[in-house]
Design a protein around this ligand. Sequence first.
Ligand code: NAP
Length: 271
Amino acid sequence: MSDLRARYGPWAMVAGASSGLGAEFARQLAARGLNVLLVARRAELLETLAAGLRAQHRVEVRVASIDLGAPDLLERARAATDGIEIGLLVYNAALSLIGPFLEQPLADKLRVIDVNCRGPLILADEFGRRMVARGRGGILLMSSLAGSRGAPLVATYAATKAFNLVLAEGLWDELGARGVDVLACRAGATRTEAYVDSAPEGKLPVMECAPVVTQALAALGRRPSMVPGWLNRLGDFFLSRLLTRRASIRVMGRATRAMYPRFGERADGIK
Ligand SMILES: NC(=O)c1ccc[n+]([C@@H]2O[C@H](COP(=O)([O-])OP(=O)(O)OC[C@H]3O[C@@H](n4cnc5c(N)ncnc54)[C@H](OP(=O)(O)O)[C@@H]3O)[C@@H](O)[C@H]2O)c1
């Protein structure tokens, strides 16, 4: 048990909980005595995770198979939380589109906005209100180091991660004054299903999910945003403080093209 339960109990909601970082958030929160509501699309994975958490940590676990990008998200979220108090919202889910912007259908890009921006906005609005009314709570939004500047080949995804960072920072101040802790976690490359499925090449340092989640939960209530891992913090310092913005976009572009050579070089051949 921990002060996390006292600060954010009795229930945490993890949006995007069926695998990777989301499943790890659920495990660590349950281990610290919080009941968890697991949300994602793949109900079977959620049920398996829920059974394990109930058996291992003796907490209550609910599952809700919801598409976080669906138009009826608010109604579905309200139904799933009927009769329970969500003291902590973790919005982990994201859709990551990799490839040249103009080769991706507009509908796919709009779907990225729905899952990565509209979803967290709706849930922060709904549960932020309830938390403020109780005078306590926490909201953790997953951002990314990719959200700190323009990022070629992941332009839309990176822009949505900037949205989460800036939204969380604003709410950190606004809701923080009303008892609700808000944090953006600016993760670097992390070994999740989505990351592995993207088939990156080369030898980029990759973090495991557990330390990312441990460090994010430790930072909640202490600062507006955090970067897990010292190597990521070093990279962030280099890109954000030592380089011009223009140079840092170019470095990101070179790194992303090296990770995903299947998309080819810059159109003008400039390295
Ligand atoms: N992995 C990295 O290298 C990395 C780096 C920086 C930041 N991040 C951030 O960390 C978070 C998680 O990372 P990840 O993308 O690698 O994911 P992940 O851990 O592989 O899992 C994504 C989760 O979101 C759920 N999800 C996706 N779309 C959904 C939808 N429309 N409705 C409901 N649930 C949905 C997935 O479940 P279902 O498929 O069952 O719906 C899954 O549980 C994201 O916010 C990402 O931006 C990741």
